[in-house]
Design a protein around this ligand. Structure first.
Ligand code: ZN
Ligand code: ZN
Length: 337
């Protein structure tokens, strides 16, 4: 089969790989959609060395195509529509057993696109325990987005706790930020969407933002003060990796802020801020269980998750697709099969 790989020199190759065969405990998934994620560009650039032996794509979704020995019908049956949690670990330690295999305590976890083959291919072999059911109401590309970008936004909101009835500022309206805007609105928060691009802000409105602030053409601190009666925002989700100072500048007393945008850098003077009673936290993607809960939440509320994508590509367009993705700061693409 043909699949997409990154030599690590800012190029993309489509090369031949062996068709995967499931071993004990494994399944082969017929990939139907495989999303493009911002972190793919780190691997493409070689900032994280991967090489051409690894198939890219860590947002796959599809149908079970074949099952290996020991995979019971309770675990997977041929034809099941499935999402995939794109990491796996020892499956025995407390982190793995609590649904966080990416934080495995006993061995480096396998990560699709880095240390295990990913979904930019017609077929994908994974341990059966990585599978999660794709709700009937969701498309394959919805399941793909939930597998990383949208699930990451959900994970950050879960870290923040109850957001209903409060104002949240979502910094950055790329795929993760837009997902955060959509999910936080549906969870009952009043969303102020911040970005430097008016097109993205326009999209944020269609995903539920109550108001928007262009932080390039206006003073974001003053704008958010105006929108919050001078109190500042009680909740922050920072997805851009670039607005950390702005985030702290608009955070109200007793505020909670979650930082998940990379690279990101935060420094602050405790003496100047300790009376604000802040809670500052980081977040890394989501657990297996929260990936499923995110999908069920989106399905139950019929949220417009498919609209997260601006571009659809075929696998043969992989070189062109990643040239587009590397150039533009806008939009999200998906390979469909
Ligand atoms: Zn990702
Ligand atoms: Zn483990």
């Amino acid at each position: 089969m043909r699949a997409i790989a990154f030599p690590g020199d800012d190029t993309t190759v489509i090369r031949e790989f062996d068709d995967p065969v499931p071993g004990p405990g494994e399944v082969v998934v017929r990939v139907r959609a495989s999303g493009m994620c911002g972190s793919d560009l780190l691997f493409r650039r070689g900032a994280i060395a991967v090489g051409t032996d690894i198939i890219q794509g860590h947002e796959p979704c599809g149908d079970v195509h074949a099952v290996g020995d020991g995979v019971t019908p309770m675990m997977a049956r041929v034809g099941d529509r499935v999402m995939i949690h794109h990491y796996w670990g020892c499956d025995a330690c407390p982190a793995c057993r609590s649904g966080w295999p990416q934080m495995c305590e006993r061995e480096p976890s396998k990560v699709m696109g880095i240390s295990a083959n990913g979904g930019h291919a017609p077929f994908l072999k994974v341990p059966a325990r990585t599978l999660l059911p794709l709700p009937d109401a969701l498309s394959y590309k919805a399941g793909a987005a939930i597998g990383c970008g949208t699930g990451t936004a959900w994970g950050g909101l879960q870290r923040l706790g109850n957001v209903a009835g409060d104002t949240i500022v979502v910094f950055g309206q790329g795929p993760v930020g837009l997902s955060g805007t959509m999910l936080a609105s549906a969870l009952g928060a009043t969303v102020i969407a911040v970005d430097i691009d008016d097109n993205r802000l326009q999209r944020a409105k269609s995903f539920g933002a109550a108001s928007t602030v262009n932080s390039r053409s206006s003073n974001v601190v003053e704008a958010i003060a105006d929108l919050t009666g001078g109190r500042g925002a009680p909740l922050i989700l920072e997805t851009s990796g670039k607005a950390n100072d702005d985030a702290l500048a608009v955070l109200a007393p007793w505020g909670r802020a979650c930082f998940l945008g990379l690279p990101g850098h935060i420094e602050f003077d405790v003496q100047a801020h300790y009376k604000k009673q802040w809670t500052l936290m980081t977040s890394w993607t989501m657990s297996t269980i929260e990936q499923l809960r995110c999908a069920e939440f989106i399905a139950a509320r019929n949220l417009p998750i498919d609209d997260i994508y601006t571009h659809t590509w075929s696998l043969d367009q992989g070189v062109e697709a990643y040239e587009w993705f590397a150039q533009q700061s806008d939009g999200k693409g998906v390979f469909e099969f």
